[in-house]
Design a protein around this ligand. Sequence first.
Ligand SMILES: Nc1ncnc2c1ncn2[C@@H]1O[C@H](COP(=O)(O)OP(=O)(O)OP(=O)(O)O)[C@@H](O)[C@H]1O
Ligand SMILES: [Mg+2]
Length: 242
Amino acid sequence: MTNEVFIQCRGLSKTYKKGETTVTPLEALDLDVPRGEFLALMGPSGSGKTTLLNLIAGIDSPTTGSLTIGGRELGKMSRGKLTEWRSRHCGYIFQLYHLVPILTAYENIELPLLLEKELSRKDRKEKIEAALDLVGLSGRADHRPSELSGGQEQRVAIARAIVADPELLVADEPTGDLDRESAKQILDLLQRLSGEMGKTIVMVTHDSKAADAAHRTLHLEKGQLVDSGLIGMDASSAGGEI
Ligand SMILES: Nc1ncnc2c1ncn2[C@@H]1O[C@H](COP(=O)(O)OP(=O)(O)OP(=O)(O)O)[C@@H](O)[C@H]1O
Ligand SMILES: [Mg+2]
C-alpha cells in the first residue's frame, strides 16, 4: 500500500427518482482509499454498498459531490469517456461470476481485450495465458462455465477482470456463493493482487471472515459510513499520512 490517495469521495450522494418517490442510497459520503489498499465494505442489505461500487466503477454517476480516482474526476467525464476510462482502469467481479455460458474460459477472459483495437491476436493470447496462469487455471482454458466449479468460475471472472491490467478492482460479494475452501482461494488471490501487483481493491462482503483478508473494513448504514472513511490525522486533506 502507498500513501497516495487513489480514490477520493467528498460529499458523494446518489439519488434515484421514480415518479413521486425519491430514494437516496448514498448520502454525503467521504472516503479516501490509498493506492494499493484492499478495502472491505460491509453493511446491511439496502445500505448502499452496490450503489457505491457502481459509482467507483464508473457504471453510474453521482448526483452530487465529487469522486476522484487516480487524479481524474469521474463526475466530469462524458458517458463515452467514462466507458473508456472503465475499460482501461477498472475490473468488476460479481457474486455470480457473470461469465458468458457459450464461451470457453479463454474466450471469456478475452472479451475485455477485444475493445483494444491495437492489440494483435498474439498479444491477446499472451495476456490471456498470463491471466489464466495467475488464477491457477492454465489447464482449463477450453472449459465452458458449466464445466467448472463455482470457485473456478470465479477465478475465470477474476482473470477477465485483470486481463487488461486495470489498477482498480471492485468486487461485489465475490465469495458470497462459494464454500469456505473456494472462498479462501479467492481471498488469497485478491490479497496477492493487492500485495504483489499493487491493485487497489474495494470488496463488498457480508462475511466478516472475508473482510479479515482486507487491510481495512468500513461499515455502511443507510447510505452513510459508520466509521470515518478518511485516512490520516488531518481528515480534510487528501494525501496525508496513513
Ligand atoms: N437503479 C435504482 N433505482 C432506484 N433505486 C435503487 C436503484 N439502485 C438501488 N436502489 C435503491 O438503493 C438502495 C441501496 O441499494 P444497494 O443495491 O446499493 O444496496 P446494497 O447495500 O448493495 O444491498 P445488498 O446487500 O442487498 O446487495 C436500496 O433501497 C435500493 O432499492
Ligand atoms: Mg448489493
